[in-house]
Ligand binder design. Structure first.
Ligand SMILES: NC(=O)c1ccc[n+]([C@@H]2O[C@H](COP(=O)([O-])OP(=O)(O)OC[C@H]3O[C@@H](n4cnc5c(N)ncnc54)[C@H](O)[C@@H]3O)[C@@H](O)[C@H]2O)c1
Length: 353
């Protein structure tokens, strides 16, 4: 376990597991901006030190390199625990499916125990994948889902469902103040080009002049939430005084076919790309759209950044990342720092979050 300690230990503390990932790093920055002391904990499986570069010299920030499948050090305490630790990219989580399942089950348990012994609020990053290929549209939190328990996505989908069960057991038993966010497709800067998600795939193909790959007819739908909206939703879920008592969908209810997304990406990148069709992946859901009535009512939260506004900064991020003349070595995937090294945190220039 590698530990980079914070110099300023005053103030409330948030533990962000998965803090070096796409969502986690944005959440860490938002929490520091709010005046929180933040401990990011990550095994750097899909996250990277470069995502945390802006926080490297922040006195209220510290980093622990640790795999949540193992129990956490007993002196880690936090007023709020955010569990975002889990690879969200299908090729990544399917590469080691047993580790993915154990991350969700054992990892969530270990983090719940931190919240329990600290008396803190716990926020679980669950997923719309708990609805599987949904028979209800849009998906409300009371829908139990339609998930294949034995397919290649089950390590993630069922792992997240088991983690939810564990969360609500801790809540029912009065062990911790647990809140569960069901996150729908979220995008923005710091996504990785090789993560196999539709937004990053299409943008990277368009920027590199390749044909855009569309699975199936492209008439399947998704809803896309910009990262700043998601971070605000997670914060509000942690901050609301009354425990919601059940899961809360967080996502943008705007619904787009993949064909429509591809057309927007093509226009915004001025790519003039052609399209190639490939078969749908196994268990790929046909429709996805959150009903966010609970989040609106309980958290006063509604997404503000629509797809047409969120795509340009995301395209700019990938453009910079992929540009050969501007390699930005600390940020270039897929060669991430291996476990045991954290160069960017040690040497990154101080920058404002
Ligand atoms: N981005 C989305 O669209 C989306 C949608 C639904 C749910 N989620 C959930 O939100 C969370 C964050 O997703 P993301 O998009 O930022 O993905 P990400 O892969 O960028 O971040 C996950 C982070 O968790 C770390 N991690 C993975 N396994 C770990 C382990 N065993 N121990 C410690 N750290 C570990 C990774 O290194 C990475 O930094 C995940 O739990 C994901 O399931 C994300």
């Amino acid at each position: 376990m590698t530990v980079h300690s914070a110099k300023d230990t005053a103030g409330p503390t948030a533990l962000v597991a998965g803090g070096a990932g796409f969502l986690g790093s944005h959440l860490c920055e938002a929490l520091v901006r709010k005046g929180w002391r933040v401990i990011a904990l990550d095994n750097l499986q899909t996250g990277s030190a470069s995502n945390l570069a802006r926080l490297a010299r922040e006195p209220r920030f510290s980093f622990i390199e640790h795999d949540v499948c193992d129990p956490l050090p007993s002196d880690v305490m936090a007023d709020r625990v955010f569990n975002l630790a889990c690879a969200a990219s299908p090729p990544r989580y399917q590469a080691d499916p047993i580790h993915t399942m154990m991350t969700s089950v054992n990892g969530t348990r270990h983090l719940l125990d931190v919240a329990a012994r600290s008396g803190g609020v716990f926020v679980q990053a669950s997923t719309s994948e708990v609805y599987g290929d949904p028979e209800q549209h849009p998906q409300r939190e009371d829908y139990w889902g339609n998930v294949n328990t034995t397919g290649p996505r089950a390590c993630y989908d069922e792992g997240k469902r088991a983690a939810e069960a564990l969360c609500f057991d801790y809540l029912r038993l009065g062990r911790a103040d647990v809140r569960v966010a069901r996150i729908f497709n979220t995008y923005g800067p710091r996504m990785q080009p090789d993560d196999g998600r539709i937004v990053s795939n299409l943008i990277c193909q368009a920027l590199s002049g390749q044909p855009l790959t569309i699975y199936g007819t492209g008439e399947q739908t998704r809803s896309f939430c910009y990262v700043s909206d998601m971070v605000e939703g997670l914060w509000r879920l942690s901050d609301v005084a009354d425990n919601p008592g059940g899961p809360v969908n967080l996502g943008n209810p705007g619904e787009f076919t993949i064909n429509a997304l591809a057309a927007m990406v093509t226009a915004m990148t001025r790519a003039g790309s052609t399209v190639v069709h490939q078969p749908l992946p196994v268990d790929d859901p046909r429709r996805r759209r959150p009903d966010i009535g609970r989040a609106e009512a309980l958290l006063g939260w509604t997404p503000k950044v629509q797809l047409a506004k969120g795509l340009p900064p995301t395209i700019a991020w990938f453009d910079k990342l992929l540009a050969p003349a501007n390699p930005a070595p600390a940020a270039l995937p897929p060669k991430r720092p291996r476990a045991g090294r954290l160069p960017a945190l040690a040497v990154a220039p101080a920058a404002k979050a």
